[in-house]
Structures are given as structure tokens and as C-alpha cells.
Design a protein around this ligand. Structure first.
Ligand SMILES: C[S@@+](CC[C@H](N)C(=O)[O-])C[C@H]1O[C@@H](n2cnc3c(N)ncnc32)[C@H](O)[C@@H]1O
Length: 283
């Protein structure tokens, strides 16, 4: 069908789409986000050559709906990020967290770090740079940095590791030359930087495929989009997944609240250390 003019998003259609987004991702779309949703989805409607949101809702409900739900999430997620965003976290990682983990890895221990909701990868590469500066031969030890996001388009970009040179300005020239190769307007992460990294699509509200615990989790600037129940359930899952003494970094406007809060001690600004309190059962 050919598109005709700007399609209107009715209250019913907005509610239907908001329910799907919340169910699949935990992201809450308040009525104030209606214009944003319509603007973001209008491109998708054009790509699918659909004339209105009714047809789009039908598509979500029909065969191929599961795949389309991924596109819906991709359209609605906010992917703003930057290298060394909230720089104090990387300073604390280098000064307070990594020394012990590096000593343990050098003695044969396992080190696992996770950039959960990594968007296009800038956060994960900032962690990798911080780690490799302190531990250049990390790749020869049992060290892994996992970078995940719900948005497959973001994971593809993170995995490609190619950024505009202008966006790499916060890392400085020394790090740029050491960790990236330059191709004019863009730069690509060197293999040495990526060696310890793994990329995967992962929904924070779905099942996780992990067999072991994590020493460090960065989960920043994503729970602000979730409701309190989804957020607190995620904190509980982190309390189970982070090894005692391990660290959780969250976004500057976020807070660790609910039943999991007692399992963590404040170690810095929006930086928490897992203590020995057992996590309470699911309520
Ligand atoms: C604003 S970005 C934050 C990126 C990075 N952590 C930072 O602080 O710069 C939020 C990211 O969360 C992702 N996201 C939203 N809901 C998610 C979910 N349920 N599971 C995993 N990632 C999710 C989005 O796709 C987006 O890339």
C-alpha cells in the first residue's frame, strides 16, 4: 500500500504500542512520548510501505511480528552515549577496582566485566581502554568484557568499532593513536583493544545466558526508562550476578533502590560495591 500523508497515531494504537514496548523492554512510554513515538515510527512505516498505524499494529500481531517488535524497540530506544561519559567512573575503575582484579587475574583468576546497555559501544571501549592501560597483556589471561544492548543496530555498530574522529576527541591523542587506526574522518578500534571484548544482543528483562558471576557491571543511563518494578527487579538480578566485593556503576541520575539496596555499599558517586548480604527472594 502507498503511504498517504502523515499517518495519525490514535490513543488506542499508542496504548497498544506502549504496552508492547513495556512488555518487551521495560521502557515506559508516557502519553507525553506520543509525538516522539509517532516521529520515530513514521520512518519505519515508510520503509514497510504501510499507510497507517493500524496496519502497523496488525503487522506486529501477525506472522513476522516477533521480528518487527525488534524494529519497534530499535526505533524507540534512546542511544545517546559518549566515550568516557561520567569520567569519574573510569577513574574509580582504574584506581579502586582494577588493581585487585588484575592481581587476581595474573595469579590465574577469572575477570568478567559487563557493559550492559552499551548502545553503540563507547562505554565498553572506554572500559577496555582503562583496563588495557593498567593491564596491557589482559588478553593472555582469563579476562572478558561483555558489551550488550537490546538494540541490534547498536550492537552491530559497537562490534564494528568505527567512530567519527570528532566523537573520539574525549579520549585524547595518545589513546587515539594507541587504540585506534585512523581513516580520515573515522577511526576504527584496533584488534588489540577488541581482543578481550564480546558483543551480543541482550534484553535486560529477558533470560541471561551467564554461567558465572561478574566482577564489574556498568549499567548506566538505561533504568531511567524503566518503571520502579522493572528497575528494582534488575537490581536484584545484579545482586545475584555480581560476585561479593564486585562493583556496579549506574547513571548519574539513577539510584539503587528497593530490596537489593541492602546488598550493596556506596563506593563512590553512583558506584556501588557488592557486600556479603544475601539477596532477598523475588517478591
Ligand atoms: C542512553 S543509552 C546508554 C548507553 C551507555 N550505557 C551510556 O551510559 O552512555 C541506553 C541504552 O539502553 C538500551 N536499552 C533500553 N532498554 C533495554 C533493555 N531492556 N535491555 C537492554 N538494553 C536496553 C538502549 O537500546 C540504549 O542503547
Amino acid at each position: 500500500m502507498e503511504p498517504i500523508g502523515d499517518p495519525q497515531l490514535s490513543d488506542d494504537q499508542f496504548d497498544k504500542l506502549a504496552r508492547i514496548v513495556h512488555h518487551d523492554s521495560g521502557i515506559v512510554l508516557t502519553p507525553a512520548k506520543r509525538g516522539l513515538l509517532a516521529a520515530r515510527l513514521s520512518r519505519r512505516l515508510r520503509a514497510l510501505r504501510l499507510s497507517d498505524y493500524g496496519a502497523y499494529c496488525d503487522r506486529l500481531a501477525g506472522a513476522g511480528g516477533t521480528e518487527e517488535r525488534r524494529h519497534l524497540l530499535s526505533a524507540i530506544t534512546t542511544n545517546v552515549t559518549a566515550f568516557f561519559r561520567e569520567g569519574h567512573h573510569f577513574e574509580e575503575l582504574a584506581a579502586k577496582v582494577l588493581p585487585k582484579l588484575i592481581a587476581s587475574a595474573k595469579a590465574g583468576g577469572r575477570m568478567r566485566l559487563w557493559s550492559a546497555a552499551c548502545s553503540s559501544g563507547e562505554e565498553a571501549y572506554s572500559i577496555a581502554i582503562t583496563l588495557l592501560e593498567a593491564f596491557p597483556d589482559a588478553a593472555r589471561h582469563d579476562v572478558r568484557l561483555l558489551a550488550t544492548d537490546i538494540d541490534p543496530a547498536m550492537i552491530a555498530r559497537a562490534e564494528a568499532g568505527r567512530y567519527r574522529t570528532a566523537d573520539l576527541r574525549p579520549i585524547g591523542t595518545r589513546r587515539l593513536l594507541r587504540f585506534f587506526t585512523s581513516e580520515g574522518e573515522t577511526c576504527t578500534a584496533r584488534a588489540g583493544l577488541r581482543q578481550i571484548m564480546r558483543f551480543a544482543e541482550l534484553n535486560l528483562h529477558a533470560d541471561w545466558p551467564f554461567s558465572g558471576r561478574f566482577d564489574v557491571i556498568f549499567c548506566r543511563n538505561v533504568v531511567i526508562y524503566f518503571d520502579a518494578g522493572m528497575r528494582q527487579r534488575l537490581w536484584l538480578r545484579f545482586a545475584r550476578l555480581i560476585a561479593p566485593g564486585g562493583h556496579l556503576f549506574i547513571g548519574h541520575s539513577e539510584r539503587l533502590d528497593g530490596p537489593a539496596a541492602r546488598c550493596f555499599d556506596l563506593a563512590g558517586a553512583t558506584h556501588y560495591r557488592r557486600n556479603s548480604t544475601p539477596p532477598p527472594p523475588w517478591s
